[in-house]
Write a protein that binds this ligand. Structure first.
Ligand code: NAP
Length: 246
């Protein structure tokens, strides 16, 4: 697989930790020059410096801020070159039952998880369309397919990503740009670190493959979706969840 993305510039939002970091490593391992984006500059820069290969860079940007995103895309293209691959992975949770969910909890999750992806897609697509080359993957969640008690805001943001993915896929297919989503199940990262051993084993019991996922279980699928072997795949939402949703 090494070399399949040689020379391509890839952006990974939320690339400093967790799933995003794993995706950044997988894309860099396949030859891409990766722009790691996160709110925290030190995390983004440190991760970029630890990726395999060379030519990577870290950028501080809050994906929910449209102007900051446009400026960051300009800076990435100036430093690394034209963007061919975009992974919208930055995401947060602000969980609570409906009656306790605050307006801010709703707004923040929608602004980061859904509008953040829109901001980056809008900022990169003009260039992708001109070059007739682009692959976008939005990192959703099985919760966007199933819903989840206590996560109305998060589930809505992820279900929204599915509509965004399919609309972008339809709009840009004729311009050589593909757009897909992956819906991970429960993956071991900071986001799921709060789960107790008891909760983890209860979850594993509901997963046909019998375990929580690892970052690498997701990263390899994303590398496939943006690579040449997936050239005939667009507009799909692929669950990578050990069989939770089928
Ligand atoms: P994580 O470990 O909490 O990491 C989140 C990443 O996003 C960090 O790099 C963080 O860096 C960045 N980030 C957060 N808010 C941001 C913002 N406003 N602007 C830019 N970057 C931001 O999360 P994860 O578990 O790897 O999850 C990654 C994605 O997978 C998310 O979209 C999540 O919803 C999805 N997912 C995760 C699971 C799971 O079980 N872990 C399951 C399904 C889906 P900074 O804090 O420096 O900004």
């Amino acid at each position: 697989m090494s070399g399949a993305l040689e020379g391509s510039v890839a952006v990974v939002t939320g690339g400093s930790r967790g799933i995003g970091r794993g995706i950044a490593e997988a894309l860099a391992g396949a030859g891409a020059r990766v722009a790691v984006v996160a709110r925290g500059e030190s995390g983004a820069v440190a991760t970029a410096g630890e990726l395999p290969g060379s030519g990577h860079a870290g950028f501080a940007c809050d994906v929910s801020d449209g102007e900051a995103v446009a400026a960051t895309v300009g800076a990435i293209e100036e430093q690394l070159g034209p963007i061919a691959i975009l992974i919208n992975n930055a995401g947060v949770t602000r969980d609570n039952i409906l009656l306790r969910l605050k307006n801010d909890d709703w707004d923040q999750v929608i602004d980061i998880n859904l509008k953040g992806a829109f901001n980056f897609i809008r900022a990169v697509t003009r260039g992708m369309m001109k070059r007739r080359e682009g692959a976008i993957v939005n990192v959703s969640s099985v919760v966007g397919l199933m819903g989840n008690a206590g996560q109305a805001n998060y589930a809505a943001s992820k279900a929204g990503l599915h509509g965004l993915t399919k609309s972008v896929a339809r709009e840009l297919a004729s311009r050589g740009v593909r757009c897909n989503a992956i819906a991970p199940g429960y993956i071991r990262t900071d986001m799921t670190a709060e789960l107790s051993e008891e909760q983890t084993s209860a979850l594993a019991d509901q997963i046909p493959l019998g375990r929580l996922g690892e970052v690498d279980d997701i990263a390899g699928v994303v590398r496939f979706l943006v690579g040449p072997e997936a050239r005939y795949i667009t507009g799909q939402v692929l669950a990578v969840d050990g069989g939770m949703v089928m």
